[in-house]
Design a protein around this ligand. Structure first.
Ligand code: GDP
Ligand code: IMO
Ligand code: MG
Length: 407
């Protein structure tokens, strides 16, 4: 059974969680492979809406084993709050596993994230301020604390104290308020004890599953153009959301990856700073924000909106080896007289658009290919042709069942 990967093809919030929830029905595990609680993954089932940050998006199915892979940075207060909220809504988190190799996020990472952003002034990245960058920086500097360390409570407490003192010096040097070291040590002693039963060698566990021919689904957070290497640096996140990151962040070699699903909206959005050639800063942009409800799940920030850019998607196909695409939120374009798709850039780097007539029909209840208006089909056809990989799923609404099997 080949492993399936799901990767954002744009700048995030493409609807990855909805597609993961859909695909989870035919998988055994959903494994997050990078990022942290900067992610906001929304799954809608009937009238219930679940906003997930760290818990894998397959958690709603009782048969799924949700796994937090080694590439993820874990913020314990957020994670436990999420578990408690899910449990209070009768979603069991009993099968959750966390890699012993995961790095933990601490309050000093958040403090530093804010101070670094302040220091950048007008050049700020617009991070989620969750401490993601500083936590990955500590991982790269080889001073981070990993999940396995909570298994020795005394050593963990001491390590937290040493780290808190060291990071306080930097916080103070940057003009910030030092953290109360003993309060943080006490808080994390408690959180560490709660984490301990979830910690396993997930690399070993996942390989045992592969040997049993289980069906693994690897869940990406963020997206291709927020990738630390391949994104619009420096306006990126600090991990590798691209398909290669799925291997590194789970310990599963590339030979296993058989199906790699790229997720793209039928238009484009971006939160935070950085280039966005097809951005609409006029009333059409506002209309996309309003109809697409383009406000961040995590930070509530308004997302910047613009037309779909297939030049970007072609690049994403190359970087990720996408075997297929899911095109989400087609219904958001229902009331547009015309729809544009950037198919190339001119010599000055300006986007060149194909202009298609709108369909001016409510497609939010459509679940069959035949049910889609001709002009909507023409748009999907154009994207498929321009990008050069098959589109399998077309999203027609936020709900689990609101989609069309395209091919
Ligand atoms: P993710 O971060 O990629 O998982 O995406 P988010 O959950 O942050 O944002 C996607 C938003 O679009 C969520 O509110 C979803 O419920 C919603 N959504 C997903 N697919 C569709 C779709 O096909 N149509 C509409 N209208 N909304 C969708
Ligand atoms: P999901 O998984 C959209 C953006 C931030 C900022 C940049 C760096 O829901 O698609 P960070 O806090 O990671 O250091 O911020 O990345 N960003 C996201 N944008 N969706 C996300 O996640 C994002 N996670 C981070 O807005 O521009
Ligand atoms: Mg999101």
């Amino acid at each position: 059974m080949p492993v399936t990967g799901v990767v954002g093809a744009q700048w995030g919030d493409e609807g990855k969680a909805k597609v993961i929830d859909l695909l989870a029905a035919e998988h055994t595990h959903v494994v997050r492979y990078q990022g942290g609680h900067n992610a906001g993954h929304t799954v809608v089932v009937g009238t219930e809406r679940y906003a997930l940050q760290l818990v894998p998006s397959g958690v709603l199915y009782p048969h799924i084993i949700p796994v937090i892979g080694n590439g993820v940075v874990v913020d314990l207060p957020t994670w436990f709050k999420e578990i408690d909220t899910l449990e209070s809504r009768d979603i069991s988190c009993a099968k959750l596993k966390v890699s012993s190799q995961c790095h933990l996020i601490f309050p000093w990472h958040q403090a530093l994230d804010a101070l670094y952003e302040q220091g950048r002034g007008d050049d700020r990245i617009g991070t989620t301020l969750k401490g993601i960058g500083p936590a990955y920086a500590d991982k790269a500097r080889r001073v981070g604390l990993r999940a396995a360390e909570v298994l020795n409570a005394t050593a963990f407490k001491n390590a937290v104290r040493v780290q808190a003192v060291a990071h306080n010096s930097e916080i103070v040097a940057l003009g910030g308020e030092p953290l109360d070291v003993e309060a943080v040590v006490a808080q994390f002693a408690e959180l560490g004890a709660r984490l301990a039963p979830y910690v396993v060698d997930t690399v070993e566990m996942l390989h045992e599953s592969l040997d049993r021919d289980d069906a693994l689904l690897l869940e990406g957070a963020q997206a291709t153009f927020l990738d630390l290497d391949h994104g619009t640096y420096p306006f990126v996140t600090s991990s590798n959301p691209t398909a290669g990151g799925a291997c590194v962040g789970t310990g599963i070699g590339p030979r296993y990856l058989g199906r790699i699903v790229g997720i793209t909206k039928a238009y484009t959005t971006r939160v935070g700073s950085g280039p966005f050639p097809t951005e609409l800063t006029d009333a059409l942009g506002d209309k996309l924000v309003e109809i697409g409800r383009e406000f961040g799940t995590v930070t509530g920030r308004r997302r910047r909106c613009g037309w779909l850019d297939v030049v970007m998607l072609r690049k994403a196909v190359r970087i990720n080896s996408f075997t297929e695409l899911a095109l989400t939120k087609l219904d958001v374009l229902d009331t547009f007289d015309e729809v544009k798709v950037c198919t190339e850039y001119d010599i000055d780097g300006q986007p060149v658009y194909a202009v298609l007539p709108g369909w001016l029909t409510d497609i939010s209840k459509v679940t069959t290919l035949e049910g889609l208006p001709q002009n909507a089909k023409a748009l999907v056809d154009l994207v498929e042709r321009e990008v050069g990989v098959p589109i399998r799923i077309v999203g027609t609404g936020p709900e689990r069942d609101s989609y069309v099997n395209w091919s």
